[in-house]
Design a protein around this ligand. Sequence first.
Ligand SMILES: [Zn+2]
Ligand SMILES: [Zn+2]
Length: 281
Amino acid sequence: MSTGPSVPHDLTTAEMVARQKEALDRLVQAAEQSFQEKQVASTRRDWCNPIPVQRKVDTVQAFLKAFHDEETMEIAACSVCYLQRRPRDLVCVDWRRAVPHEIQPIMAGVLGCRRCFPEEDGEAVVPICHTCQATFDRGRVPDACLGSTMLIGCEHKYPKELRDLTPLEEKLISLNTAYGFITKFNIQRSQQTGPTYRKHVAGHITVFPNDVESLASKILPHPLVSTLKQVHVIWTGLERPAPRDVSKLLSVRPGALRSALGWLLSHNHLYADVIINEHEM
Ligand SMILES: [Zn+2]
Ligand SMILES: [Zn+2]
C-alpha cells in the first residue's frame, strides 16, 4: 500500500495501521458481496437456465470480429527497433525530430537507410513504437536497438540474391525455421509482381531444425514434398485471395534457390559445409 509523499513510511504509525485495516475491510466486503451474489444465484438455480441464443451469437460474433481485427494483430513493425507491433501501438512521427540529435550518430547503423528513414520534407514520417518513442524522450537509445540489431540494419541491406525469395523458398533453404509466423502480405492486383511482406523482423523467436534427416546429410534444398506437408497458411481479412494472387507467394524458383544458396555458401559460414543437391534443383 502506498502513502502520500508527506507521510513517513513507518508501519507502526497509527495512521498506517488504520489505512491497512480500511483496505482489509474493503477486500473482505468485496469477497462477501461476491459470495452473497453467487449464493442468491444458486438459490434461484440460475445455473440451470440455458444460455440465450442471442448471447451465444453475440459471443461468437465478437470473437470473430476481434480475431480478424488487424488493429490488434502484430503485423506492423517499428521502423527503429524492427519489433512486430500492433498497428495501434505505433505512432507516425518525423524521425528527424523524434530521435534526439545527440544519439543520431550512435544509431547511424539503423538510421542510415534512406528508404526506411527518408530525409525529404513530408517523407520523413515513419512508424515508431511507443517503447522507442518513450526511450527517445528520455534521450536514450532503445534497448531493442542495442547489440546486434545496430549492425544487422534493415531489410534493405539484404543482398539481391536473398531479397526477393518467397516464404516457401526461404523455408526450403533455411537451416532452422520458425514454427509459424504472422505477417501482412500486400497483394497488388494491378501489378505482375508477387505479394510483398516484411522479411526482417526482430525479437525473440523459437526456431526448429528444418529437416533433421536432410540436415544430417547436409544437403540442401530439402525435398519439396516433405516441406509442402508442413506448409499451412491461414488468411484473415475480408477478402479471400484468389489462387492467382497466392501462386507467386508459394512458388519455388530453382534459379532463385540456386543463386541464394550460392550466396550463402560463400558468405555465411553456417552453410560452408552444406552440399547443394543439384538433382533436387
Ligand atoms: Zn520500436
Ligand atoms: Zn531500410
